[in-house]
Design a protein around this ligand. Structure first.
Ligand code: CTP
Length: 447
């Protein structure tokens, strides 16, 4: 019996896929089809896949052409599969020509002519209209946002609003945007969604106005400066049937998502403590250091460290304590100690103090260690009393991570899902509540 193997994502199955499977099948007696896992696709930078693994497996099964379907989960698996299944021929489309020649050491390789004029990418583009995004504010992050948005199909940054027209004009020219305006109504007339990158104290007003105008909203962290405002914002989004997503980029990264799943899987026992730090030395006259512009380490950085705390320990701490070093009315460094019903958490954030940006999740059976920069998660270890049991996990982290939140936003808008499990409204509100408690209660100030 001649066994053939082929691989693919098989997203939104199309006749190009069917042609390929037919031809591969005709080359032998038994066809094995490897379908890429969601995680593997994300790891290799294929971020836009629309259908889940099980839907994609169903696609292949329904063709009736595969005798066996397997899942491709990691790089290098092809060699193992060829040996494990005693494969006689590896077949793949001609778009991969030359890329799998290294497999010839294990079995013959053939590249089958790709069907012209069709691809999953093309179908994904046709399926939904391109989401036009307007920027509100052109802070430093807005430049990065535009750059990262180019990696995600289905979105286009069209224009920019800034109450200071000259600044908007300069930015639009530099970034080759279609328009700029100092009139919010004009922005709302021209786009379907907004990305808010204005100073923190204006986030809430812009969110509410944008939702009122019927626009989906992607908003930089912190979404709002009080829990009540955050709550109002999510309620307004739900009432209007619009997406509102807070940009805490870590929440949307594949590796962080996997880390949370592993942490909650019971492998390290019951989680008893979370410790995380994020510091970024900042100098000069920047907004981050101005008290009247909602500056300070807590406002600027704590969304990151509060994210794993809320995700792993919940939204209801029993007690919160804060210690800060202040300068000109802003906290240059804050250490927080939280008590939950059955666990504790601590964090450090600093604009004027530097420390190791790592995270440790401690459990009754073991712990997870994520080295700096843990918020751009790409590597972590699960460690146990017996050091031989240590597991190491590696992931790809593309660009500076903003593309993952943009991707989540696009999927939500296109799929009509108003909330994300990666950062639920109640989690985002809890984070806002913790930051508010810091300001309300005030820290113990250390000279
Ligand atoms: N394929 C083909 N003809 C096409 C499209 C795909 O022969 N028009 C083949 C690929 O070469 C591969 C298999 O089908 O052997 C699965 O490819 P996959 O990457 O899932 O499909 P694409 O449509 O190329 O997907 P994408 O646009 O996401 O890259």
């Amino acid at each position: 019996m001649k066994k053939i193997i082929t691989y693919g994502t098989f997203d939104l199955l199309h006749y190009g896929h069917i042609n390929l499977l037919k031809r591969a099948k005709a080359l032998g007696d038994y066809l094995i089809v490897g379908v890429t896992s969601d995680l593997y696709d994300k790891e290799r930078g294929k971020l836009n896949v629309q259908q889940s693994l099980s839907q994609r497996i169903d696609n292949v099964r329904e063709t009736g052409l595969a005798d066996e379907i397997i899942v491709e989960e990691f790089e290098g698996q092809k060699i193992l599969d060829i040996q494990k299944y005693n494969i006689d021929l590896f077949a793949i489309g001609s778009d991969w020509k030359g890329k799998f020649d290294y497999l010839m050491e294990y079995c013959p390789v053939t590249y089958l002519e790709r069907t012209r004029g069709i691809s999953s990418t093309q179908l994904r583009m046709q399926e939904h209209e391109i989401i036009s995004i307007g920027l509100i504010g052109n802070g430093r992050i807005a430049r990065r946002f535009i750059k990262e948005s180019k990696y995600i199909s289905g979105v286009n940054v069209e224009g920019i609003y800034n109450p200071r027209a000259a600044s908007a004009e300069k930015f639009a020219r530099e970034q080759e945007l279609a328009f700029y305006t100092d009139d919010l109504t004009e922005l709302y007339d021209k786009v379907a969604a907004v990305y808010i990158a204005a100073p923190h104290q204006y986030h809430y007003d812009y969110i509410m106005q944008s939702l009122e105008a019927g626009k989906h909203v992607l908003c930089e962290k912190p979404l709002a400066l009080t829990a009540q405002e955050a709550k109002n914002a999510y309620e307004k989004a739900a009432e209007k049937g619009l997406v509102l997503l807070e940009c805490i980029k870590t929440a949307y990264c594949p590796a962080f998502e996997h880390l949370l799943i592993l942490a909650k899987s019971g492998r390290i026992g019951n989680i008893k403590d979370v410790e995380a730090s994020f510091t970024k030395l900042t100098y000069g006259n920047l907004r981050e250091l101005q008290a009247d512009q909602a500056g300070g380490s807590m406002n600027e950085l704590s969304s990151y460290v509060l994210l794993p705390i809320v995700k792993l320990l919940g939204t209801d701490p029993v007690d919160l304590r804060f210690y800060s070093q202040m300068q000109n009315g802003v906290d240059m460094f804050t250490k927080g100690l939280f008590q939950f019903a059955r666990a504790t958490a601590s964090f450090k954030v600093g604009l004027g103090v530097k420390t190791e940006g790592e995270m440790v999740i401690s459990g009754t059976q073991g712990y997870i260690y994520v080295p700096a920069p843990w918020w751009k998660t790409q590597y972590f270890e699960m460690r146990f009393e017996n050091t031989n049991e240590t597991n190491k996990y590696f992931y790809k982290f593309e660009g500076d991570g903003l593309r993952y939140e943009i991707l989540e936003f696009v999927k939500m808008v296109n799929g009509g899902n108003l909330t994300s499990t990666r950062l639920k409204p109640e989690e985002s509100i809890a984070i806002a509540q913790m930051i508010e408690t810091y300001h309300e209660k005030g820290p113990i100030v250390i000279e």
